[in-house]
Design a protein around this ligand. Structure first.
Ligand code: MG
Length: 167
């Protein structure tokens, strides 16, 4: 860990997201999708700034770099069986990818859980792309991480709109 500052961990996590095709704007669009019916005149800028705040948290950065690493190792066939096939095929009963992402949702309280389940079911926007098996890419962990960041950012936005500055 010599020389690894919090700033550089954040940079690494942000670069990894970008490399894997996930922009801040694409996550902000998920937040907008989740919150537009609850806040009049909701702006995409507000969604974006809540996503930024979630990504600035160390536990979220740790989840990003760990999940993406597992996805990339699976793409390169560098995991042992049976884990390799389970992650490569995004096996429905595996469930560890979802459990893993719940650590992010947890940060901002229970509204996040509802939002997380909702985007996981509907898979709008960037989540649809991440779930497209025809690309040859593996995003078994990343799709849940992105859904969880959007859910956490939505939860933060909702709490702050309700006047809770603590979030
Ligand atoms: Mg998944």
């Amino acid at each position: 860990m010599i020389g690894l500052t919090e700033k550089s961990l954040e940079e690494i996590a942000r670069n990894k997201l970008q490399e894997r095709g996930v922009t801040i704007d694409s996550v902000a669009e998920l937040v907008y999708f989740l919150q537009k019916d609850y806040h009049e005149n909701l702006l995409i800028d507000e969604c974006r700034s809540n996503v930024e705040r979630v990504i600035s948290k160390r536990e979220v950065q740790n989840a990003i770099i760990t999940g993406i690493q597992l996805d990339m190792l699976a793409e390169k066939n560098m995991l042992d069986e049976p884990l390799l096939q389970i992650i490569k095929s995004d096996e429905g009963l595996y469930g560890i990818d979802e459990i893993f992402a719940l650590g992010i949702v947890n940060i901002y309280g229970s509204i996040g859980f509802t939002n997380y389940g909702y985007v996981d079911k509907l898979k709008p926007g960037i989540l649809q792309h991440l779930n497209d098996k025809s690309t040859g890419e593996c995003h078994t962990f990343l799709d849940d991480i992105v859904g969880a960041i959007a859910a956490a950012a939505s939860s933060r936005l909702a709490h702050r709109a309700a006047g809770s500055e603590a979030y």
